[in-house]
Design a protein around this ligand. Structure first.
Ligand code: ADP
Length: 238
């Protein structure tokens, strides 16, 4: 099922990050070890001091890595980082194709010069896959799903469009509400798009929908612009 796929994909991402983290951790330890050896063999106080400063910064980095890994495992807060959305979306294409029915054409357009975003990678993937799952559900007889990434000023915008069933206005009006679903019991939680909205809002972005019954739906995600994110990240660190 989709839920299992998303879960599997999440676990895969956790594994990927954890092994990357272990690797980074190993690097930090060897750097610290190098400073310790230098300190032990140092002749003067200045050199000793320099080694201690190096060890101190390696220890801080190790602390940060540990916290990141722990919060990943506990799945509490997101672990935001700057990344290239084009690269993240390219990595998702096989997953998107796999989730879509066999008669759905998938088109991905990545415009030039996309701004980097400051976001949790797994939550980013999850948002995209939530919208993909809805699009697939709306196109039981096939159709076209297109994902376009573009820059609007300094913002990243993603438009995810399907040529599926679309929605009547009374559905559209409640789309982003938690637990709102038109799917039969057991098939929909009504959480997909509310999660997308919450995650984006928390990161200073927005999501909107346009839809016409029997024509299709476009979900647009607007991410925070670079400058706002940088100042927010700074505010958080002090
Ligand atoms: P769920 O998919 O579990 O129902 P969502 O929050 O993802 O929860 O979606 C809520 C409702 O919005 C869906 O039940 C469906 O009626 C409608 N919807 C969402 N995406 C689409 C789409 N691409 N095409 C048509 N209807 C959609």
């Amino acid at each position: 099922t989709f839920a299992q796929l998303v879960q599997a994909q999440k676990m895969e991402a956790v594994g990927r990050l954890a092994s990357g983290g272990a690797h980074d951790f190993g690097n930090v330890l060897s750097v610290a070890g190098g400073y310790v050896r230098r300190g032990l063999h140092s002749g003067g106080e200045a050199q000793m001091r320099e080694s201690l400063v190096g060890i101190d910064s390696a220890v801080s980095r190790a602390n940060l890595l540990t916290r990141r890994l722990l919060s990943l495992v506990r799945q509490e807060e997101g672990v935001e980082e700057w990344f290239d959305p084009g690269e993240a979306l390219t990595a998702l294409i096989p997953m998107i194709r796999q989730l879509m029915g066999p008669d759905v054409r998938v088109e991905v357009t990545l415009n030039e010069n996309l701004p980097s975003i400051f976001f949790d990678r797994m939550q980013f993937d999850l948002m995209i896959l939530n919208v993909v799952a809805n699009a697939d559900h709306a196109m039981p007889d096939g159709g076209c799903f297109s994902l376009r990434a573009r820059r609007n000023g300094s913002r990243l915008v993603l438009d995810l469009a399907d040529t599926g069933a679309g929605m009547e206005d009374d559905v559209l009006a409640h789309l982003f509400e938690p637990f709102f679903t038109t799917k039969p019991r057991g098939q929909g939680s009504g959480l997909g798009l509310s999660v997308v909205r919450d995650l984006l809002q928390r990161a200073g972005g927005t999501v909107s929908a346009e839809s016409s019954a029997r024509i299709g739906t476009t979900i647009s995600m607007r991410f925070a612009d670079d400058l706002a994110e940088v100042s927010e990240a700074r505010a958080e660190s002090c």
